[in-house]
Design a protein around this ligand. Structure first.
Ligand code: BG6
Length: 516
């Protein structure tokens, strides 16, 4: 059968079966309760519930096993929550079949109202979960309970205490309790460690799933396969051949109503310390002993621990004009909405190779990509330096793709060189495949108990160690962002830094994603 004929369901289950076998993960069945805390918040509505719906739709959550609980402070009914969620699950022009699916899914959701630090709400929640387990004839303590904290980190410790005191399942009877937490996990090394210690006193590391949704993106997950299942990259992936690596995140909108949240954190805590750094780990790490989550995460930690302190002259910060017009942002905010910086990994493979991390809001385009630039060819008989260098680009979004920029002979009578590319554009190559949302995969992984794509405590600590000194200096106003125009490339100084770090731009070359 050609790959085009594969349905999404088939592809997903193929992937899970093959990896599960390798990892020794058993597909469990039986009663499953998913509890979304912070059920009426933005994250829950926009990401968590739609991801649960998609898993349900694809048959990964069976209605005879699963029950979903929304928990929050607002005093609303089950139907109020269902009505609020409906619009996020399916577009306005839903077919009757889709609407029916949505209704069936919504019937699986119950709402419990309570505060995040009082026993009564969690006792009520436990009662609801137990009733569901009882109705599914699950023996006490043997079922699965997944708590998704779509909440600000300030309430994590009290919520975890409540779960531990009132809602735990008994692992010695075969059941489990797992906790999913979202970023921002702390503001700096000290606060993150404090949070980790508080939660660590209540739950063991295998029960804690720290989400970084970039680890659920298709092309981020592909990095491991690309690097370690292809002989081609083996001799090339090091400082002998690679001149520099860029990991770039750009958004063409500003803080968009999230000014209050964003100003507390800024672009480094929001994007670079987590999303881009996780990608860097996968680009730079050594081959793990196996695909076991601990083996992979061991290698990622080594990369983080090898990062040298970031030099002042290798950091450019920016803030877009008009950022402080947002009424929720203080007038004299020093928070960067843009940053470019060079990270240097002090090890045998990467000595001398700048890893340039760049992230910005309110820029001229929206994309996330990894750009690996190779060194010039020694003894260039074609005198084609002006054509630019080889680059391997992995476009995470939009229009997932990977392409290798090559110099080739320009077709025609003359012996001229030109830049072209070997292009694997997913939209074209995998036309029948709908790429799952990051949150879908990560929730499924949590249900299966696969922590490969989640951040371990020591990884988190090492990540904060890299950025905390800089973050403190920004917080104290010792380093100031440069102003830039919304809709621009960001401060011109960032392009100069890129050049200083050795990136050679190919002028006049633009990769155009193929149209179908
Ligand atoms: C979130 C950040 O983690 O990632 C947001 O808090 C950002 O500021 C978002 O917009 C980007 O995610 P994605 O998947 O759209 O690249």
């Amino acid at each position: 059968m050609g790959s085009g004929a594969w349905t999404v369901e088939k592809r997903l289950s193929f992937r899970s079966e093959s990896f599960s076998k390798e990892l020794g993960i058993v597909n469990e069945t039986g009663c499953l309760s998913i509890i979304v805390l912070g059920a009426s918040g933005d994250l829950a509505k926009k990401k968590t519930f739609p991801a649960l719906f998609n898993l349900y739709r694809q048959g990964f959550l069976q209605s005879n096993e699963v029950h979903i609980f929304g928990y929050a402070r607002s005093k609303i009914s089950d139907d109020d929550l269902r009505n609020r969620l409906k619009g996020y699950l399916v577009g306005k022009e839903a077919s009757s079949e889709q609407s029916e699916e949505v209704s069936k899914f919504l019937q699986l959701i119950k709402y419990v109202s309570g505060s995040y630090d009082s026993a009564s709400g969690f006792e009520l929640l436990d009662k609801g979960i137990s009733e569901h387990e009882f109705s599914k004839k699950s023996a006490e303590g043997t079922s699965r309970r997944l708590f998704y904290l779509a909440l600000p980190p300030s309430v994590y410790p009290s919520v975890c205490k409540m779960i531990k005191s009132y809602c735990m399942n008994k692992s010695d009877l075969g059941g489990w309790t797992r906790i999913v937490v979202e970023k921002p996990f702390g503001r700096d090394l000290e606060s993150a460690e404090k949070l980790s210690t508080e939660i660590g006193e209540l739950f063991d590391e295998p029960q804690i799933y720290r989400i970084d949704h970039y680890l659920g993106k298709e092309l981020v997950q592909n990095l491991l396969v690309l690097r370690f299942a292809n002989r081609l990259f083996l001799p090339l992936w090091n400082h002998d051949n690679i001149a520099n690596v860029q990991i770039v995140f750009r958004e063409d909108f500003g803080t968009d109503g999230r000014g209050g949240y964003f100003d507390e954190y800024g672009i480094i805590r929001d994007i670079i310390q987590n999303h881009l750094l996780q990608v860097l780990c996968l680009v730079a790490m050594e081959k793990p002993v196996s695909l076991k989550p601990e083996h992979i995460r061991d290698e990622k930690v080594k990369v983080l621990q090898s990062v040298l302190p970031i030099k002042d002259e290798e950091i450019i910060l920016g803030q877009y004009e008009g950022y402080t017009d947002d009424p929720t942002v203080p007038d004299h905010s020093n928070t960067p909405t843009f940053a470019t910086m060079v990270l240097r990994i002090h090890n045998e493979r990467w000595e001398g190779v700048p890893f340039i991390l760049k992230a910005g809001k309110a820029l001229n385009s929206r994309k996330a990509e990894i750009r690996v630039q190779f060194k010039d060819v020694p003894g260039d008989i074609f005198k084609c330096k002006k054509q630019g260098r080889n680059e391997f680009v992995i476009r995470l979004q939009p229009s997932e793709a990977m392409y290798m920029k090559l110099t080739v002979k320009q077709p025609g009578l003359e012996m001229l060189t030109v830049q072209s590319e070997l292009d694997l554009s997913y939209g074209q190559r995998y036309q029948d495949v709908i790429i799952p949302e990051a949150y879908e995969r990560l929730i499924l992984d949590t249900i299966k108990g696969d922590q490969q794509h989640f951040v371990r405590r020591d990884e988190l600590k090492a990540a904060w160690e890299i950025f905390t000194p800089l973050l403190h200096r920004i917080d104290n106003g010792e380093v100031k962002p440069i102003s830039y125009k919304p809709g621009s490339r960001g401060p011109a100084e960032a392009d100069e830094l890129l050049e200083k770090a050795g990136y050679v731009q190919t002028h006049g070359y633009i990769w155009i994603p193929p149209t179908l």
